[in-house]
Write a protein that binds this ligand. Structure first.
Ligand SMILES: [Zn+2]
Length: 299
């Protein structure tokens, strides 16, 4: 990818909706802009062969597969696309490459960029550290990021990649209670499936909602597993945006093509923050999430 001018906008949690579901927009939160959606009938995702570099028994692969499967079960009943898992890949590169093969990649970053990259490295300004040095380059408090590339005019998604912040968070896959001071083997710290099910919601075009019990709530306190189960509001999104037997639904009619080079690509880089203050922190208090957005120039 070329040296593209980019900037990051940090938006506070203000103005977030409590609707049953909120669709992602070309311009996040701006209902005058188009919704994001896939138009192909089959979307394949692939996990990095590395898995979680901090893990020992690598149960995270199956946890991620289960997360996608939870969404696929809904698509199978009332949706129009298939989420399929492809073979594991060696790629460590997220984002969209116009000239190359693109994969929808799921990976864990095991180290923070600021700890392994010289502070003067141009990659920080260019927003390229993560791919160049295989490191986590977003906020410390962000558990995972879904980076979606889409057509700014139509909202059609080209590519979506999910990165987990294993530099900062202790990802677990157990079914026991929250990890205490002395962790038990089955305890839950930051649950992979809980996190991934939320991120796959972004992957298919959902934004955050503050609706109680939603998988798409922007915060996830340690020990939480409730987001593994997709809530009714998020389920209804699948049936409405991807109706079985019909085309995927934009939020308003897509303008006819033919007006030249008015297209642009957008990157919606959607971070999900954590309650890092322990169990005493109320989930809503922890909802001070970062919504970081990167934009690219026209195609
Ligand atoms: Zn999120």
């Amino acid at each position: 990818m070329g040296a593209l001018a980019s900037f990051v906008v940090l938006a506070a949690v203000m103005g977030q909706s409590s609707a049953p579901y909120v669709r992602s927009r070309v311009s996040p939160g701006d209902e005058a802009t188009q919704c994001l959606y896939w138009t192909q009938s089959k979307v394949t995702y692939q996990q990095s062969t590395v898995g979680n570099p901090k893990a020992t028994n690598h149960t995270e692969f199956d946890a991620i597969t289960r997360s996608f499967q939870s969404w696929q079960d809904i698509f199978a009943s009332c949706g129009n696309l298939t989420l399929a898992e492809g073979s594991r890949v060696n790629s460590r590169t997220v984002g969209y490459n116009r000239s190359g093969d693109n994969i929808n990649l799921i990976l864990f970053r095991g180290r923070a960029c600021r700890e392994v990259v010289d502070a003067n490295d141009a990659c920080f300004a260019q927003d390229t550290c993560a791919n160049t040095y295989d490191c986590w380059d977003d906020s410390d408090g962000t558990i995972a990021i879904t980076l979606t590339t889409y057509d700014e005019r139509t909202g059609v998604v080209y590519d979506s990649d999910i990165s987990f912040n294993a530099a900062r968070f202790n990802f677990t896959t157990g079914n026991g209670g929250p990890c205490g001071i002395v962790a038990t083997p089955d305890c839950v710290d930051t649950d992979v499936q809980n996190t991934a099910t939320h991120e796959v919601g972004h992957f298919v075009g959902l934004d955050h909602t503050l609706a109680t019990g939603s998988t798409m709530n922007p915060s996830a306190p340690p020990g939480e597993t409730s987001k593994r189960n997709i809530d009714p509001g998020s389920r209804s999104f699948v049936c409405a945006a991807y109706p079985k037997g019909s085309a995927s639904q934009p939020c308003f009619p897509v303008q006819g093509s033919g007006n030249g080079n008015g297209n642009g690509d957008g990157d919606d880089d959607d971070g999900c923050s954590a309650a890092s203050g322990g169990l005493a922190v109320l989930p809503l208090l922890a909802a001070a999430s970062l919504l970081a957005r990167r934009r690219r120039g026209g195609r």
